[in-house]
Design a protein around this ligand. Structure first.
Ligand SMILES: *[C@@H]1O[C@H](CO)[C@@H](O)[C@H](O)[C@H]1NC(C)=O
Ligand SMILES: *[C@@H]1O[C@H](CO)[C@@H](O)[C@H](O)[C@H]1NC(C)=O
Ligand SMILES: *[C@@H]1O[C@H](CO)[C@@H](O)[C@H](O)[C@H]1NC(C)=O
Ligand SMILES: *[C@@H]1O[C@H](CO)[C@@H](O)[C@H](O)[C@H]1NC(C)=O
Ligand SMILES: *[C@@H]1O[C@H](CO)[C@@H](O)[C@H](O)[C@H]1NC(C)=O
Ligand SMILES: *[C@@H]1O[C@H](CO)[C@@H](O)[C@H](O)[C@H]1NC(C)=O
Ligand SMILES: *[C@@H]1O[C@H](CO)[C@@H](O)[C@H](O)[C@H]1NC(C)=O
Ligand SMILES: *[C@@H]1O[C@H](CO)[C@@H](O)[C@H](O)[C@H]1NC(C)=O
Ligand SMILES: *[C@@H]1O[C@H](CO)[C@@H](O)[C@H](O)[C@H]1NC(C)=O
Length: 683
């Protein structure tokens, strides 16, 4: 042994003296022997690798050297190797290709492999490797092909993989990877093929990924991804594969279902309000591109408190799981929202006294609009001989401005219950001592056709039901440029305040109250949908937990019924946008842009699940839990298990039926109420 060593040392010295470059020859031989020991412990397949041989002589099976006699490629694919990858590979500093695929290798991918900064091709696919993908892999700046497919790899896809600037093929399919697809993969500017199929990846597909111009193939089949597929992936045509991800949705992808309320907050990645591919709706709902708000954009673009709450809570939920992805979506959303510069409805019924004094709705949008109303617009005025005179309103329906002023203590800020860009709600006390909520609406946001406005007002006054907030009267002030709707006051706020309850000692509704509230809402909607001598059948269009007020006896009262009939189309449109962002919008609205009674039924279904779960935000997982009837997985833990299994099961069936993606499969409210009546005395 000693003699051999000296002989080889002498040979090396001679070689060096003769000018042949062998700088790392010896170290590389040692590394190869170590690699062999690890890959092929039984010396079955690599017997040609001998410690006294010359790796660059061509006798070492699978080893190829470059012109500088350094190991450049190791190609041992399909050799039956059953060992492990040795960290010693890192000694092969000039290695450009490592081909170990189709073997039976076990163990982990050594993190030292990342020191191979010259490596362009790494093929470890179809082995039995386990453990996680080393995060150091992001340092391998030369890597062009990384194939780790068909192993047993676990854990997350490392975020810093996004720094592999030259990577053109990334194959991670058929492993057990979980966690999100890192948004950083959007930095892989050379990536052509990305196969992530058959893993357990979750979260959504980062929009930035869709933006890579080189990308030709993206395969995410058989994962647990959710949310909205970035529309720009349509560009890949047949190169995009996403089947078997029950949580994914999108518009224009044949294999995907349409998005619905159940899809995560990133539903706002698309514009659900823009009618797509069908003409019928374009007149009734203006597309956002044509949208010109009546009100001053600067003021109207501020989102309502509720919208913010919804967005923030959505973002928090998403962020906890997928920090980066969620953030991007949020940014996107904000940007989009600002771009559209839209008006947003607000939580008019929410108790809130801390909102500033600057009321945008008081400022007319343009002189033109003000002119329209300067002609003594007061439909209820006695002297008025216009259309208003032909309407018969109930006695006492007409209020004076003085009534309203004194009730609200001259619109004192301390009486503000909530406000939005086009309206504000004040608490007030009438002279007879009754407590009312007074909704003021800027005339510039009302229908400009007086006849239409009066028709709407007449409809509003015809609605009377124990589960609708009662309209007491109306008043219009030319001087203030405002109209006022005077409603009974609901002393216990709105249903939203009973969701997401942190402080369990307050605000938690017990089970019987929840059941009776659901039942009451159902009755209210059925009434709206029914056609009666005193009123036509109407669609509410904008039902949400926030629109369900709660009176002193914990009865639900649906608010704003028919209100949209008073408002200008663009104001209606913006109000509906909020409803869509909150997830109450039936999926067919996204494509047809039309509201039907079945879209109210859908929103009702969402509300049931919100009440059952005690959560305002429902994710796809919640839907799955409901679908699999795993009551304990979604019934509000704040109930402490105090609920009736049979009632909960029945309500779950109803919520699922009401939120069926196909409107024709949703029950009518009449059928819902019949089902509710079957579930015991309380329903
Ligand atoms: C290493 O493999 C690559 C890809 O097969 C090949 O292009 C390159 O010529 C090989 N290098 C050597 C030194 O054999
Ligand atoms: C690999 O590189 C890291 C620094 O990036 C160094 O600390 C480590 O010693 C290197 N390992 C080998 C085996 O060269
Ligand atoms: C892969 O490794 C697992 C244990 O980690 C073993 O049960 C399985 O048989 C191996 N499969 C193959 C094809 O070697
Ligand atoms: C992704 O990998 C799977 C499994 O290896 C394969 O069947 C599929 O064809 C690949 N996807 C694409 C688009 O090549
Ligand atoms: C996509 O690329 C365009 C321009 O190339 C850029 O404006 C946009 O912000 C990118 N989107 C994302 C999500 O990165
Ligand atoms: C993908 O999922 C489908 C449906 O669940 C299943 O039939 C199929 O076998 C899965 N494919 C693979 C490669 O696991
Ligand atoms: C438009 O809607 C009608 C009825 O809802 C439907 O029959 C038709 O196929 C739709 N057209 C397109 C282009 O989607
Ligand atoms: C859409 O409606 C416009 C007019 O409103 C009509 O000119 C056009 O042909 C319609 N397109 C389709 C696809 O029906
Ligand atoms: C909105 O109002 C602000 C101040 O009232 C004004 O500076 C701005 O120009 C207005 N913007 C539009 C679009 O009218």
């Amino acid at each position: 042994m000693g003699i051999l060593y000296w002989v080889s040392a002498l040979l090396l010295l001679l070689l060096r003296l003769s000018g042949v470059p062998t700088v790392c020859g010896n170290a590389e031989l040692r590394a190869l022997m170590e690699i062999k020991l690890s890959l092929d412990p039984d010396n079955k397949y690599l017997s040609s690798w001998t410690s006294d041989g010359d790796p660059c002589s061509g006798t070492f099976v699978g080893v190829a050297c470059n012109d500088h006699r350094k190991v450049a490629n190791i190609s041992l694919q399909g050799k039956g190797l059953a060992g492990k990858i040795s960290p010693a590979v890192t000694e092969l500093k000039c290695l450009s290709g490592l081909y170990l695929h189709y073997n039976a290798l076990t163990g982990e991918i050594p993190s030292e492999i990342a020191n191979l900064t010259e490596l362009t091709d790494l093929y470890l696919n179809v082995n039995n490797l386990s453990g996680t993908i080393p995060s150091e892999i992001g340092d391998m700046g030369s890597l062009q092909v990384l194939d780790l497919c068909c192993n047993q790899l676990t854990g997350f896809i490392p975020t810093n993989m996004g720094s592999l600037k030259k990577l053109s093929v990334l194959a991670l399919q058929h492993n057990r990877l979980n966690g999100p697809i890192p948004a950083s993969l959007g930095n892989l500017e050379m990536i052509k093929r990305l196969n992530l199929s058959v893993n357990q990846l979750s979260g959504f597909i980062p929009a930035r990924l869709a933006n890579i111009t080189q990308l030709e193939v993206l395969d995410v089949r058989n994962n647990t991804l959710s949310g909205v597929v970035p529309p720009s992936l349509k560009r890949l045509n047949g190169g995009f594969h996403c089947e078997n991800n029950p949580g994914l949705c999108g518009v224009g992808f044949p294999s995907l279902r349409v998005c619905s309320a159940w899809d995560d907050a990133n539903v706002i990645q698309v514009e659900p309000f823009k009618p797509i591919a069908n003409n019928t709706s374009s007149q009734s709902i203006p597309a956002s591109a044509n949208f010109k708000p009546h009100c001053n954009q600067t003021h109207c673009s501020g989102s309502s408190k509720l919208a913010q709450v919804a967005i923030v809570s959505g973002v928090i939920t998403v962020t906890v799981v997928f920090v980066i992805g969620g953030f991007l979506i949020f940014i996107r959303y904000r940007r989009k929202k600002q771009k559209i510069g839209n008006t947003f409805d607000a939580s008019d019924s929410q108790l809130s006294t801390d909102q500033g004094k600057e009321f945008s709705y008081r400022k007319p949008a343009s002189p033109l609009v003000s002119l329209e109303y300067s002609n003594g617009w007061d439909p209820l005025a006695d002297s008025h001989d216009g259309i208003g005179a032909s309407y018969k309103f109930p006695p006492g329906f007409k209020f004076n401005l003085e009534d309203v002023e004194s009730a609200t203590q001259y619109f004192s800020d301390i009486n503000i219950l909530g406000k939005s860009n086009f309206s504000a709600v004040y608490k007030g006390i009438l002279k007879d001592g009754s407590v009312v909520a007074i909704k003021s609406i800027n005339v510039t946001c009302c229908k400009s056709e007086e006849a239409e406005f009066m028709k709407g007002l007449s409809l509003l006054t015809s609605l009377r039901h124990e589960n609708l907030v009662k309209l007491r009267g109306f008043c219009c002030s030319k001087d203030r440029g405002e109209c006022f709707l005077i409603y009974d006051f609901a002393s216990k706020g709105n249903l939203l305040q009973y969701l997401d309850v942190q402080d369990v000692s307050r605000h938690v509704l017990d089970w019987p109250s929840r059941v009776s509230i659901i039942s009451g809402i159902a009755k209210g909607i059925r009434y709206l949908h029914s056609s009666e001598p005193s009123k036509p059948a109407i669609v509410h269009q904008n039902i949400s937990v926030e629109k369900v007020l709660i009176d002193g006896n914990l009865n639900p009262l649906i608010s704003d019924s028919g209100l949209l009939k008073l408002l200008a189309d663009d104001v209606v449109f913006s109000a509906l946008k909020v409803s869509a962002a909150l997830g109450y919008m039936a999926p067919e609205y996204i494509t047809t842009g039309r509201f039907t009674q079945k879209s109210d039924v859908y929103a009702f279904g969402v509300i049931i699940l919100q009440i059952l779960s005690g959560k305002s935000k429902l994710g796809h997982l919640m839907r799955l839990a409901a679908e699999s009837r795993q009551l304990e997985d979604f019934i509000d833990p704040n109930l402490g298990g105090k609920f009736s299994d049979s009632e909960a099961a029945k309500l779950t069936e109803i919520t699922l039926a009401c939120t069926d993606e196909r409107p024709d499969l949703r029950p009518t409210m009449e059928a819902v109420i019949e089902e509710l009546s079957k579930c015991g005395g309380t329903c």
